[in-house]
Ligand binder design. Structure first.
Ligand code: AHR
Length: 499
């Protein structure tokens, strides 16, 4: 008897899983941008144009579909002109985000960021300054990057080494303006957004604008209601969610299960934001949800250590549940950006001096790669559950009892004659046997990738860079059924021929 059953409905496609759902975020905070990514061209560390060569290679190997920069909270005090022109002449400014105050030499500016994106194959997403900037300043940034006419700004861009337009398509208009981005009331922010958007679209009518949303119904409702007669400016509404459940690595079994609720938490944010958007757009316009910051925020990730914390296997398994939710809502969620790409919070890569290693979360994104650009298929799960406390967020303690937690999470997709099924076993210490049946397709041979480690709190480190890693085995399905033996605290992806 299997422990659980998964039915894959190949005849019930949900939509296309945009590669942008597997996006990332790089902020000038702690050792993310400076030191993690950017060491400068004169560094003794091997670098390509100032970016760490080892980090570039790892990011290129994974494929980064979209990268958001320069913040975060940093965005609303960033002035883009500080980061152009010859490196030695750039000003030394106050680099501020989330209470960190450092000297910022502006070595990593617009040109360098675009260069980074080109090297790793990412679409650039620039987060503009609404909080302390002006529509003119941001309009100039758009024109500087994307302008094609023979203006002074375009000439300046060419003189700085980029004669061709940079074609930056995604522009955030402020960041968390309900908090660090100026403590706006939602209606006031919406009016500011509308004013900025009017001028940004004059600079380049083809850009996509991301307005600041929130993980509260009240903010999203008031912002979208205020914009209801100007919806053409609104392409995406941003939502951020960070969750937390006890210490990063020394967690209890109960806290282990608690964090596995991350997917359900994120799904609730999507659900109410979707309702609000559908109500106010009333079929007149599609506005996407940009989940452009998400991930775990452990208590250790605090000001004093630049928001760094151990990244365990538990974090990666919880994140698999979030990616499954994004896949299920791929018809509504237009992008998602894990926070952050290197060293800070739930990162993909960690560095220490010359050393660099990949976190369990890096491997999770590699394991989910098969879903990018594929057609999401509906899955039905029958699985055991476990009692677990409700999950708290960075902003709010849990305030209600939570239903039993399903021990499995899954998503499936089809692309290029193959089906990919990802399945996480959230059980703390027991394997689960899962019988898979497929409706509307026949499956053949393929491969099975398994991500796990020797304990839920296993981390990778300079001493043990492969304690958590992916292993690959061959797998065959006899047409319409096959079985997964999923180890405890593990994620698997099967990629099978489909006909
Ligand atoms: O990712 C760290 C910070 O978290 C970002 O600067 C801010 O947007 C969020 O509160």
């Amino acid at each position: 008897m299997p422990d659980a059953r998964l039915t894959l409905m190949a005849d019930e496609p949900i939509g296309t899983i945009s590669p942008l759902l597997h996006g990332h975020f790089a902020e000038h905070i702690g050792r993310c941008c400076n030191e993690g990514l950017w060491v400068g061209p004169d560094s003794s560390l091997p670098n390509i144009g100032g970016f760490r060569s080892d980090a570039l290679a790892a990011l290129k190997a994974l494929g980064i579909p979209i990268l958001r920069w320069p913040g975060g909270c940093y965005a609303d005090s960033y002035h883009w002109r500080d980061g152009i022109g010859p490196l030695p002449s750039r000003p030394r400014t106050l680099g501020e985000s989330c209470g960190l105050r450092v000297v910022e030499d502006n070595g990593l500016g617009t040109h360098e960021f675009i260069q980074l994106c080109r090297q790793i194959g990412a679409a650039p997403y620039l987060a503009g300054n609404l909080g302390s900037g002006s529509p003119q300043e941001m309009m100039d940034w758009v024109h500087y990057c994307n302008g094609e006419l023979d203006t002074s700004l375009v000439r300046e861009r060419a003189a700085n080494g980029h004669p061709e337009p940079m074609n930056v398509r995604y522009w955030g208009v402020g960041n968390e303006n309900w908090g660090c981005g100026g403590h706006y009331e939602p209606t006031d922010y919406a009016k500011e957004f509308r004013r900025f958007a009017t001028f940004l679209r004059m600079a380049d009518p083809t850009i996509e604008l991301i307005a600041c949303g929130h993980n509260t119904r009240d903010w999203n409702l008031k912002v979208v209601e205020t914009l209801r007669h100007h919806l053409s400016y609104l392409d995406h509404l941003s939502v951020h969610q960070y969750y937390t459940a006890g210490p990063a690595a020394e967690f209890t079994e109960s806290q282990y299960y608690q964090i596995m609720r991350a997917g359900a938490l994120v799904e609730e944010d999507i659900r109410f934001t979707d309702e609000i958007l559908r109500f106010f757009t009333a079929g007149r316009r599609f506005v996407g949800i940009a989940f452009d910051e998400w991930g775990v925020w452990h208590p250790e990730a605090a000001l004093g250590c630049g928001y760094e914390a151990p990244n365990t296997l538990r974090d990666a398994v919880a994140a698999a549940g979030v990616l499954d939710v994004f896949h299920r809502w791929c018809h509504r969620v237009t992008m998602a950006n894990l926070a952050q790409i290197i060293n800070v919070l739930q990162c993909l890569i960690q560095t220490e001096g010359e050393a660099m290693w990949l976190t369990p979360t890096y491997h999770l994104f590699a394991l989910y790669r098969a879903h990018r650009g594929a057609e999401a298929l509906r899955v039905d799960l029958e699985c055991p559950t476990v009692e677990a406390p409700a999950l708290g967020t960075l902003w709010e303690a849990p305030h209600s009892a939570a239903p039993p937690l399903p021990l499995l999470s899954a998503s499936a997709s089809r692309k290029d004659g193959q089906v990919a099924v990802s399945l996480s076993n959230r059980h703390y210490n027991q394997p689960l046997e899962v019988a898979i049946s497929v409706r509307g397709l026949r499956l053949g041979a393929g491969t099975l990738l398994t991500l796990t480690g020797d304990a839920p709190n296993a981390v990778n480190s300079v001493e043990a860079p492969e304690r958590v890693r992916i292993t690959e085995t061959a797998l065959s399905a006899d047409g319409a059924t096959f079985t997964f033996q999923v180890p405890p605290c593990a994620v698997q992806t099967a990629v099978l021929a489909a006909g």
